[in-house]
Design a binder for this molecule. Structure first.
Ligand SMILES: CC(C)=CCC/C(C)=C/CC/C(C)=C/COP(=O)(O)OP(=O)(O)O
Length: 323
């Protein structure tokens, strides 16, 4: 799948970013305030006697030395940062991107092709996206590959999607290992055909220590399913006397959601293709403060230019998390 990826460092030099003219920042570990606005980041200046400072009106958008702020996003500026596409800045880059890969069948219909050609073309788009995420330093990608409701599609279509998943796992396992990609699967995998379930368990286990990039595949998944299974686990803990009802908190629920498999459970950016303006029961809890981007492109047409447009849009947003 990602055979064209070379084992290059995630971060390469990029002199075109807004941050590069600040030499004293290079090679130091800083935490970037997560609500930083791109335009305000431009005005960061060095002040004599201080490690890093900005104009007064931008004080809350400073780059803080790592030890001074605990829960902010950590960024390492090294001399081998990733080569970014034109117009894309190194920060703010989403750590976690989630995608609803919609429009595969319409793409096939428009071309007079069978539905399966649409899904096959969709897999190619997914490969491209994984490569771009690795290249541009995005750490986690979650894709909605098969929803709980997709089981109600025509049997032949369901079987084809299952076979695509099976082929994908079999053919790409070696490249996942070689490229240090971790595969995680969220959803009710017990509903998958037995051989596919075993394959999935195997690839998840084999790649679990890979840290370069994490691809989370949502299969037989819905946001409501995820919340129900989390509630069931919590109810069991209460029943077993491990916790009290009052112990149930946002962080406890987060720990029981299936996205506990990742360091960054909340997507920074959700992309939905094909012009539909819905969440469609995807990651309902996790999307609370996610930036949304709706693309007119059908998923098989979603390539580098379209992804770049989504990322540039993300980089223009100011995130305040309701504060
Ligand atoms: C190996 C692997 C992870 C494969 C994933 C393959 C893939 C692209 C799955 C998409 C599944 C899906 C139901 C998309 C919704 O678009 P739709 O097909 O319902 O399109 P429509 O809205 O035009 O009908």
């Amino acid at each position: 799948m990602i055979s064209s990826l070379s084992p290059q460092p995630l971060i390469k030099p990029n002199t075109a970013t807004t941050l590069s003219p600040i030499p004293h920042v290079q090679n130091q570990r800083f935490k970037l305030a997560s609500h930083v606005c791109p335009s305000e980041l431009l005005s960061i200046r060095k002040r004599p006697g201080s490690a890093c400072a900005a104009t007064t009106q931008h004080r809350r958008y400073l780059l803080f030395p790592a030890e001074e702020e605990e829960e902010e996003r950590e960024v390492k500026f090294t001399s081998d940062a990733p080569a970014l596409a034109e117009g894309l800045q190194r920060e703010p880059m989403p750590r976690h991107v989630a995608v609803i890969m919609d429009g595969n069948r319409r793409w096939a219909h428009l071309r007079g092709l069978p539905v399966r050609s649409g899904y096959e073309a969709g897999v190619k788009s997914l490969k491209t996206l994984v490569e771009l995420c690795c290249k541009w330093g995005i750490r986690v990608l979650t894709v909605f590959a098969f929803s709980s409701d997709n089981w109600f599609r025509p049997e032949v279509e369901v079987e084809f999607l299952m076979s695509l998943l099976e082929t994908g796992v079999k053919e790409e396992k070696e490249s996942f290992i070689r490229e240090r990609i971790r595969i995680s699967v969220i959803g009710d995998t017990s509903k998958l055909p037995k051989c596919l379930e075993e394959l999935v368990i195997n690839v998840v286990e084999t790649t679990k220590n890979n840290t370069r990039f994490q691809l989370i595949v949502a299969v037989s998944y819905s946001g409501q399913y995820d919340l129900v299974q989390a509630c069931q686990r919590i109810a069991m803990k209460v029943k077993d006397g491990l916790i009290e009802p009052n112990d149930v908190s946002e962080s406890l629920i987060e720990q029981e959601l299936e996205t506990t498999c990742t360091e960054f459970p909340y997507p920074d950016l959700l992309i939905r293709t094909s012009g539909e303006l819905r969440i469609s029961n995807f990651m309902l809890w996790q999307l609370a403060y996610t930036e949304l981007f709706f693309s007119q492109s059908l998923w098989p047409d979603f390539g580098e230019a379209e992804f770049l447009e989504a990322l540039k849009s993300f980089q223009q947003r100011c995130r305040h998390y309701g504060k």
